[in-house]
Design a protein around this ligand. Structure first.
Ligand SMILES: [Zn+2]
Length: 376
């Protein structure tokens, strides 16, 4: 998983008219939850104003900055939820408010979409609000709820809900050096949140319900490329796949998403499997089927299970054969293709001498050839 998402959504917001997000308060229930009328009215007015005037560039002013935090921007998750709400025309249902300290309240929010009078729940998220003077400021869950173990190597700041294996932390430090050499750029300093599962790191961030928390494979991760911040659910101090995304983001502004994901998988595997294991899964799954891999790749969503997908594997395969053909120089050319499909097709034609209508043949042929090579 990779969160170039923020940049995509920012782009979306700049070039489309944002919908105003409606807020609805669950008045009766909240009033019965031990907060008085005055408190309730203050919270309600303050939150409604924040949402009504919501602006990505000033949102952070409503939040308490904590320099020791995992996030540089405490509103990062909330901003993404608001952008999603504007894009998808979601409403925010304030379902519960609970007083947790004399001056601090927990606010539970459901993000809902009304589809023909059927309410679809997108996300349930909680946030803390602290009364300072006469205004509320919001606190990121991750700063508020738990204390995390922290460990600093030369370039990596580790945060963990459980213990940190210092030897493994040094292994990742070495891998960071290797990647900086590979990408021929300065070493990246980054923050790494080690967690036992996607569920755990999402729940630490305040999500009570969110799609990725329900996936059977909880080995995934989420990277905020703009913050050099990785949340890793693999319960390990090492995650080369996600770190590769940070280097690609830094070095290749003209990357296509397929190759971004492919190169991260080629170098670091994904969801607990290596590239070669994904290749085997995909090859064995498609070899007797009559499917068009080009269509599935660019207009479909072919997956073997929730671990191996065509998107990750085909991207990695293209990187693999580019390296075979022309080493790192050709790999860098591939990843510098340009962001649009048409740019990538042109680059595939340049490198592999294959036109767009033959990409299906190329992928089938190369999958078989590589499978035979890796599993003789
Ligand atoms: Zn990824």
């Amino acid at each position: 998983m990779n969160f170039n998402f923020l940049f995509f959504t920012l782009f979306f917001i700049l070039f489309s008219r944002a919908q105003e997000v409606k807020t609805v308060f669950n008045d009766e229930f909240i009033k019965s939850c031990g907060i008085n009328n005055e408190e309730y009215t203050t919270i309600k007015n303050s939150f409604s104003k924040y949402i009504k005037d919501f602006d990505v560039s000033t949102s952070v002013n409503y939040w308490i900055i904590n320099e020791k935090s995992v996030f540089d921007y405490p509103d990062e998750d909330f901003v993404n939820l608001m952008l999603e709400s504007q894009k998808e025309n979601l409403s925010i249902f304030i379902q519960a408010i609970k007083k947790v300290n004399p001056d601090t309240y927990q606010i539970e929010l459901s993000f809902l979409k009304n589809i023909d009078c059927k309410l679809e729940i997108y996300t349930v998220y909680k946030v803390f609000a602290k009364l300072t003077k006469s205004e509320f400021k919001y606190i990121n869950n991750i700063d508020f709820e738990k204390k995390y173990n922290k460990y600093q190597t030369k370039t990596i700041t580790f945060f963990s809900e459980n213990s940190i294996d210092f030897n493994q932390a040094n292994v990742f430090e070495e891998e960071n050096k290797n990647l900086s050499k590979f990408f021929e750029t300065d070493i990246i300093n980054f923050k790494y949140f080690k967690s036992k599962s996607v569920y755990n790191f999402m729940s630490d961030r305040g999500y009570l319900l969110e799609r990725t928390m329900l996936l059977p494979n909880q080995n995934g991760a989420e990277t905020f490329v703009g913050e050099n911040l990785i949340f890793s659910g693999n319960n390990s101090e090492v995650n080369i796949h996600e770190l590769t995304h940070l280097y690609i983001f830094k070095c290749f502004p003209n990357r296509h998403n397929l190759i971004d994901e492919g190169l991260a998988t080629y170098l670091g595997g994904s969801k607990g499997l290596s590239y070669k294991e994904h290749l085997k899964n995909i090859y064995l799954s498609i070899k007797d089927k009559n499917i068009n891999l080009y269509n599935e790749l660019f207009f479909g969503n072919y997956v073997v299970d929730d671990t191996s997908s065509l998107w990750y594997t085909a991207g990695a395969l293209l990187c693999d054969i580019a390296v075979e053909k022309g080493g790192k120089k050709m790999l860098f050319e591939l990843i510098n293709s340009g962001k649009r499909n048409i740019d990538l097709f042109k680059k595939i034609e340049d490198i592999f001498s294959v036109e767009e209508d033959k990409i299906d043949d190329l992928l089938k042929h190369e999958l078989k050839r590589k499978y035979d090579q890796y599993y003789p």
